[in-house]
Design a protein around this ligand. Structure first.
Ligand SMILES: [Zn+2]
Length: 190
């Protein structure tokens, strides 16, 4: 479990928050520090904004970028960062939420339905709908930051270094096609 410190939360906290008063941390029993809900919402909003940005961009282009993998095996890997982020955002959310929460998440955040449509479709009162939305934001904000080994947040770390689910391919790319591999060294005719 990640230990949250003020440096994680200060920039994200809301100055008007009555729970943390802008510090971003709340203290539980035995003085254990926890991220305030205003921080978790800020993390969720940042990830969600990036997700929407990636979805919009993907409609127009699909950029393949060449990236270095982490660790000792520093080979180059082809990856599609935006597509990976879109997939991670949805998969991590589905894995972390209850089936009912995921339904609300899907209708509201993925399909863009407003509270009226969600309430009607899911049989929730307005109050229960917003209560659920807040719970989803708090839950996912924490998961996106605490996810091991690579979280969806901070975004700059995700987009600068992370390569997952992609088998590293040694550079240079692409590999030679079989019909171009010489059987023996080519020699100039005398
Ligand atoms: Zn707060």
């Amino acid at each position: 479990m990640k230990e949250w410190t003020r440096s994680d939360t200060l920039a994200l906290a809301s100055n008007r928050c009555t729970s943390c008063h802008g510090l971003g941390l709340v203290f539980g029993k035995r003085g254990k520090s926890n991220p305030c809900n205003c921080v978790l919402r800020a993390i969720f909003r940042a990830c969600y904004a990036r997700f929407r940005h990636c979805v919009e961009k993907e409609k127009y282009m699909s950029k393949v970028s060449l990236q270095f993998t982490r660790g000792t095996d520093r080979r180059l890997t082809w990856g599609r960062k935006d597509e990976e982020y879109i997939a991670d955002f949805v998969l991590v959310s589905r894995r972390s939420l209850t089936p009912t929460e995921y339904k609300v998440f899907k209708y509201h955040f993925l399909l863009g339905a407003d509270w009226r449509l969600c309430s009607r479709k899911l049989g929730l009162s307005r109050g229960n709908f917003f209560h659920m939305v807040y719970r989803i934001m708090h839950k996912l904000g924490r998961v996106f930051r605490e996810l091991e080994p690579y979280g969806l947040y901070p975004l700059n770390e995700y987009f600068s270094t992370t390569v997952r689910g992609v088998k590293p391919v040694a550079a240079p790319l692409p590999p030679p096609t079989p019909d171009r591999v010489p059987v023996r060294p080519w020699r100039r005719a005398a």
